[in-house]
Design a protein around this ligand. Structure first.
Ligand code: PLP
Length: 399
């Protein structure tokens, strides 16, 4: 089918949620490359929004999926499932969490995390309806998680929203001190705000979240849906700050493209959810857990994360060189392979993204005029060098 025919069907029948998309569809992927309907090659610096960490040619991953197709995909959580139990053990042992629940998405994992925070206080006989979240955060599209998302534009059409949220600027410690009280059920944060514009939290600020939550017995919720699973140079991004939240959520990369999310609990939250409190039909099914078991095994038993950290260090140093050459780049920041370049008002990040696409590179934008890079963890220096050259050409000719 031609791309124009596909666009026409989408225009006529798909809800307008995604607006005008990038005019391409892909027919196959290989290694860190995607190929469109005309055979044009794109180097992937998006990875399906931090999802396809192993790229498109992992033969072991494909075999696991084939084996599921040959046996079965789903039987329901009425029954035990071997890969589900193994995945639960492997995640807990490698992260230091006590228990896990599997969902289908990041929003669902965060929804469960908010339920856990509420139920924790309920079990103590307290009703706490107040949460603290950060401005420019992103936690999902369900009613509760869009409420947690500290971006006004997501709230207006859906008010009234559940619970009371106070939104604090990232790294604004005095505001945090004002926001967290003995009425606060929990605090939710990303270690590096992804959708909000690649904004890393400072260690001092995160330490303050933990100190205040300890003081008022609130539940700390670390949303690692984007930052987790090696994306920031460690299995969990919070590992790099030496903290461990009461509750951590995962999704995006854990299934390398098979939809699965996870909410992990420890200590005071590990036995909050009991029979009848939560559940899911699809969540953690045989296919999803088989896929994620392969991914987590690969991430924890090979050097892939260590190498991704090195590649990320190289990538950010190349972006910093670019910033020195082009004053329109205001800031370069991020952790591991979650990186962003913010432009000043003389340049539009979306235009740069478009020009990169024309040159065969997939990237995306985030927050305020920021170009965001989330390549597969197996991306190589030579791919980065080519991307930097393309960016130089684009910025030179736009200047
Ligand atoms: C993508 C994302 C979510 C939402 O995940 P979905 O799978 O789209 O529901 C939540 N939190 C963060 C930090 C994310 O990046």
């Amino acid at each position: 089918m031609s791309i124009n025919e596909v666009i026409k069907k989408d225009d006529n029948y798909f809800m307008k949620t995604f607006g005008k998309r990038i005019p391409v569809y892909f027919t196959h992927g290989k290694d860190v490359y995607l190929y469109d309907q005309d055979g044009k090659e794109y180097t992937d610096f998006l990875a399906g929004i931090a999802v396809n960490s192993l790229g498109y040619s992992d033969e072991g991953f494909k075999k696991v999926l084939h084996d599921c197709v040959d046996s079965f995909l789903h039987v329901s959580n009425y029954f035990y499932d071997e890969p589900q139990a193994e995945l639960a053990e492997m995640l807990c042992k490698n992260t230091g969490y006590d228990r896990v629940f599997f969902s289908n998405s990041g929003a669902e994992a965060n929804e469960a995390a908010l339920k856990i925070a509420k139920k924790y206080h309920f079990d103590k006989g307290e009703e706490r309806n107040h949460f603290v979240a950060l401005k420019n955060s992103f936690h999902g599209r369900t009613i509760a998680t869009l409420t947690a998302t500290g971006q006004e534009k997501f709230h207006v059409p859906f008010a009234p929203l559940p619970y009371t949220f106070t939104y604090v600027d990232a790294n604004d410690t005095p505001a945090l001190k004002d926001a967290i009280t003995s009425k606060t059920a929990g605090v939710i944060f990303e270690v590096v705000q992804g959708e909000g514009g690649v904004i890393p939290l400072e260690k001092e600020f995160v330490d303050e979240i933990f100190a205040l939550c300890e003081k008022f017995d609130c539940v700390t919720i670390c949303d690692e849906v984007q930052s987790g699973m090696g994306r920031c140079g460690a299995l969990l991004a919070q590992d790099t700050l030496g903290v461990k939240a009461d509750v951590t959520t995962l999704a995006k990369a854990i299934g390398n493209g098979i939809p699965i999310g996870a909410v992990m609990v420890k200590g005071k939250t590990s036995d909050v959810l009991n029979p009848g409190d939560h559940g899911s039909t699809f969540g953690g099914n045989h296919l999803a857990c088989s896929a994620a078991l392969y991914v987590v095994t690969k991430l924890t038993q090979t050097d892939i994360i260590k190498e991704a950290k090195n590649t990320g260090d190289y990538f950010i140093s190349r972006l910093k060189e670019l910033k020195d050459k082009f004053p329109c780049i205001k800031d370069v920041r991020g952790k591991g392979l979650l990186l962003g370049a913010e432009f000043d008002s003389s340049k539009n990040a979306a235009d740069v993204k478009h020009d990169l696409f024309e040159k065969g590179f997939l990237a995306c934008t985030a927050g305020q005029n920021t170009l965001r890079f989330l390549p597969p963890l197996i991306i190589r220096k030579e791919n980065i060098d080519k991307l930097i050259t393309a960016l130089e050409e684009i910025l030179n000719c736009q200047d």
